[in-house]
Design a protein around this ligand. Structure first.
Ligand SMILES: Cc1cc2nc3c(=O)[nH]c(=O)nc-3n(C[C@H](O)[C@H](O)[C@H](O)COP(=O)(O)O)c2cc1C
Length: 214
């Protein structure tokens, strides 16, 4: 397989101090809304992000998660509290989030520390999920070895019966996480690999912004 000739030139847009917000959360929101509004492909999930974690010994691991909220506090997502990522976060609460929106030739990199959201936030989100997703979250021992697909489906069917006509409560092993950012970088593809990059770093209550070399 020869990948040498697989390349594109990026020439859609520019990023410069004049069109940058002073707050990276505002800047993220603006880019997110733009990414969402400009691609209607049925497969496109603008809130799909790569989340990377590392354990105490430095083993790094990445996976896609869905961003579910953005606020001045940070970025919220939901997962299993006994999964591989959860174990890594217990050992090392530093993580990164990465968004790639190819149709607008943009990347956003976010680094920060992760804590569990409060139970109420998790309860509210869980309660609003489709029933099938609730069942999936309850029966999945995420990241554990599963003897067979049949076992998973049988567990889901059993749970469905057990909770017929009843609300399914959020299990305590499933809930939200909040990543509080300390570094946020916005990358805009430009021709000839002379891309625009701006890095925000937290400085007390303020953010410092610098342009980085591509
Ligand atoms: C598009 C997409 C969205 C996903 N969203 C989530 C999510 O929001 N939460 C989650 O726990 N896993 C989600 N997953 C599954 C994760 O990528 C991963 O397989 C799972 O969280 C187990 O990861 P771990 O073993 O590193 O803990 C998603 C996968 C894809 C491809």
């Amino acid at each position: 397989m020869d990948l040498h000739e697989l390349r594109r030139n990026y020439d859609q847009q520019t990023l410069n101090p004049g069109n940058l917000r002073s707050d990276p959360i505002q800047q993220f929101r603006e880019w997110f809304e733009h990414a969402r509004a400009t691609d209607s492909a049925s497969w496109f999930e603008p809130n799909a992000m790569t989340m990377s974690t590392a354990d105490q010994r430095g083993r790094v691991s990445s996976r896609i998660l869905l961003l579910k909220a953005v606020s001045e506090e940070g970025f919220t997502f939901f997962s299993n509290y006994q999964s591989d990522k959860a174990r890594q976060l217990v050992e090392n609460n530093q993580a990164s989030l990465l968004f790639f929106w190819p149709h607008v030739e943009r990347q956003v990199r976010i680094e920060g520390t992760v804590v569990r959201t409060d139970a109420q936030t998790s309860d509210e989100y869980f309660a609003g999920r489709p029933r099938g997703s609730q069942i999936g979250a309850v029966v999945s021992r995420q990241s554990a070895i599963l003897p067979s697909r049949d076992k998973l489906e049988a567990d889901a069917a059993d749970l469905e019966k057990q909770y017929a006509d009843k609300l399914i409560p959020r299990p305590d092993f499933w809930g939200g996480y909040l990543l509080t950012p300390v570094r946020v970088e916005f990358w805009q593809g430009r021709p000839s690999r002379l891309h625009d990059r701006f890095l925000y770093t937290r400085d007390g209550d303020c953010w410092q912004v610098v342009r980085l070399s591509p």
